[in-house]
Structures are given as C-alpha cells and as structure tokens.
Design a protein around this ligand. Structure first.
Ligand SMILES: [Zn+2]
Length: 420
C-alpha cells in the first residue's frame, strides 16, 4: 500500500492524501489553500472521503467534479455546508473575473455525494467515526491488505458546549499507521472551562463600559457555537441583556441545518426543540442595522473581508470597544493578526493604515486538539507508525519531540510517499 501526502505537508491548508492498494485508490480530503489557486490533484480515485466541511479539506472538489463523476463520501451536514461554501467560492471567483467554475459544478458535488459511515471497495473497508472539531466531522479508519490506517482529519478530544469530542475507544487499536493533524502540536491550552470563564468575564467588563464587541468567526459551526454560548449566558443571567447580532446569511442558513440535525450534538442541545433558534441573538443582513452598543458575531473569521473587516475598521479607534479572537491560528498578514500584534492594520483593498485603540484579546476556544490531546491520542491508540500533517513545521516538530519514543513518527514533505 502506498500513501502519498498531496497537500497539508508541513503546513495548514490544502489537505489531501492518496491511499493506493493493488485494487483501489482512495483520496482522504480534497482541499485548497486560502487565497491560492487550487493545486491540481489527481482525479483517478475510486472514492474521495471528506472529513469535514472546511474549505482547506474540500475546496478542490469543484475541479474534481467538473468533468468527472467521482464517488464522494462524507456526512450529511458536511455535504450541505460544503456545497454552500463552494457556491460562495464560485461567486467570489466570478466577481474576480475567473469563470472556470459555475454553480452547476457545486451542485455536481452534491450529486456525487454518498452520505455513509462505512463503505467497502474491492479489498478495502472504510469506517467513519465522529471527530469532535465541528458538526459532522469524521475520523476515517481504513483497512486493506491486512493493514489498518487511521486518518484524524481535524479533531479534538475535549467537549464543547454543543459538541462531544472524539471518543478514542471506538477507533481501531494499534493501527499500522496513524495520520494525524498537528495544528497545535506545540501548544498546551488552559482547560476549556478556564477559557470560557475568561471569555465571559471579558464580555461582562466590556458590556459594563457599554463598548462594542466584535467577534470575527467562521459561518460554519463557530458562529452557531458562539451564538448559543451568548444566548445561554444571557438567558441564565450570567450576562446582561445586550444587543447581540450575527451577520452572515450563510451562518443563518446553517442554523437551520443544525436544527434539523440536532442528533449530532450534546444531550442538552438534543433536548431542545429548535436549539439554534436564539432568543437573545438576532440575525441582521447588514452592518447599518446594528444598534450600538452591541456584540456582533460575523465573517470573515480572519478579518479579511465582509462585516468583520467593516466593523474592525469602524470600531478600531475607540478604546471602549473590544475585538475577541477565538481562533488560535491567524494567517500571516491577516488584519486581525496585525491588529493584535502591531496595534494597527492595513485594509486589504485600499491599503489604508488604521490604528487600533480598541482592546484586542485572544481567547482560544479552538476545535482542534492541543499537544496534550495529541499525545493522549497517540498513547491510547499505540500506532506502529505516525505521520504528522496539517501543522506548520514548527508545531509538528514540537509534537515530534514529545512522541518520538512512543511511535515511529515522521513529518513528510509534499508528495512524499509512505510505503506500508
Ligand atoms: Zn477544520
């Protein structure tokens, strides 16, 4: 069996692996990198397994489906959100004058999708298990030629308010190969409850001074999780009544998917009739509808564009305002990274320099495993060999040092082939 790392080698973005046996060829994820022309991956796969609906794991599916009828396998909610995000991607590309893809290619992805938790190909068995991370995310186990492979995709062991973490007990023990993400391979986070306390304390402080609070976030999952968190905190009297808004039509649509698929979530969420219809969080269509002071949850998650760039620009000068970054990872040169590290940022389109007096705080409410969770995963699964992908080299190397005595571990380069 040959495993080739086609993307996300020594970096985050563009995840894709090829697994080739004598009788079948399978892709694990088919992603693209933010703001980059997608790489051309091979297309001759018998099946393409999609771990979850983030574009760095799905963004290349338009090219896969343009002139082919591939078999794509993943969960229902992954399909719905992926197709929405691909339509969005087509729209953005067309606005830039690139007409390589149109909406029919995004719909083709839906037509080629098989919502399955297990499939069999000649000589290969594949099983998908919940990964934590985001709704519908899966860890793939693959058996072929008497070998077992586990591919984590993006995952976490910790539970959040709405989603259970991955349960290691249900994964195959002692796999011949574990392919794991290493996004935060070098990072140890404080316990989740401490981070949540920090977050709510910050909300209370800024609300007490009647400041505006910008929470840039992704439309899928993080937006619903954050809206649910604030809605629940206001309902329970932990936070005062305040204007809380989401501005993202996509996020609003995804609330509907989450209501329909509430069996994916925690017991508490499942018990509610429409858990993602909020009492204290209102959906707006545009920033001009905001009544200040307000908390606004909006895209883009990195402040590159959309409502989050607009509000970052509008609210930057007032020291009573606050920007909360809940992602650990910020791309270099993203306006949010500049705002946090340099107290100023350059607007992507007009190249205007905006100085930031508002408070900028990072509280990492991440859906990725940190170093402790990654070590625990390797300790419990006891893989013979381990491949670290989906992590910048520095992060992967720190994890490597921690696990090199537990497993035969490597950090492959792009296109490297692993013989099993
Ligand atoms: Zn992800």
């Amino acid at each position: 069996m040959k495993i080739q790392v086609l993307g996300a080698a020594r970096e985050v973005g563009g995840s894709c692996l090829s697994v080739e046996t004598d009788s079948a060829k399978i892709a694990l994820d088919y992603g693209s990198k933010l703001d980059e022309t997608p790489k051309k991956f091979p297309k001759d796969f018998d099946a393409v397994i999609i771990s979850h609906a983030h574009l760095d794991h799905t963004g290349n599916l338009l090219s896969l489906c343009k002139n082919n009828n591939p078999t794509i396998v993943g969960s229902d909610i992954t399909r719905e959100v992926t197709v929405d995000l691909l339509h969005d991607m087509v729209k953005i590309q067309q606005e830039k004058g690139n007409h390589e893809y149109d909406d029919s290619h995004a719909e083709k992805v839906r037509d080629c999708w098989w919502n399955r938790d297990s499939i069999a190909l000649p000589g290969v068995r594949i099983n998908l298990q919940p990964a934590g991370h985001v709704a519908g995310a899966k860890i793939t186990s693959l058996e072929a030629e008497n070998k077992k492979i586990v591919y984590t995709g993006d995952f976490c062991l910790h539970h959040t308010e709405i989603l259970q973490g991955c349960r290691l007990e249900v994964l195959p023990k002692k796999p011949d190969l574990l392919i794991t993400e290493s996004t935060y391979g070098g990072k140890i986070r404080p316990p989740r409850h401490e981070l949540l306390d920090q977050f709510l304390e910050l909300m209370q402080t800024v609300m007490a001074r009647r400041g505006n609070i910008l929470i840039p976030t992704f439309a899928f999952h993080r937006s619903q999780e954050m809206a649910k968190r604030l809605d629940t905190a206001i309902e329970r009297g932990i936070l005062p009544r305040y204007n809380v808004y989401t501005i993202s039509n996509l996020a609003h649509r995804i609330n509907g998917y989450f209501n329909q698929e509430k069996q994916l979530f925690t017991k508490e969420v499942k018990m509610q009739k429409y858990p993602f219809n909020f009492r204290h969080v209102k959906h707006l269509y545009r920033t001009s509808q905001i009544e200040s002071p307000a908390v606004v949850i909006c895209t883009s998650g990195f402040g590159h564009a959309g409502a989050s760039l607009r509000l970052l620009t509008d609210w930057a000068s007032d020291k009573d305002n606050c920007v909360v970054l809940t992602s650990g990872y910020l791309p270099p040169d993203s306006p949010l990274k500049q705002a946090k590290e340099e107290g100023r940022f350059v607007t992507p389109e007009s190249q205007e320099v905006i100085s930031v007096n508002a408070e900028v705080r990072q509280i990492e409410l991440s859906g990725h495993a940190d170093q402790i969770e990654l070590i625990k995963t390797i300790t419990k699964l006891k893989p013979k060999r381990t491949v670290l992908v989906h992590g910048d080299l520095e992060q992967a190397e720190q994890l490597y040092e921690q696990v090199k005595n537990l497993t035969d571990v490597c950090i492959p380069t792009e296109n490297e082939i692993i013989d099993l």
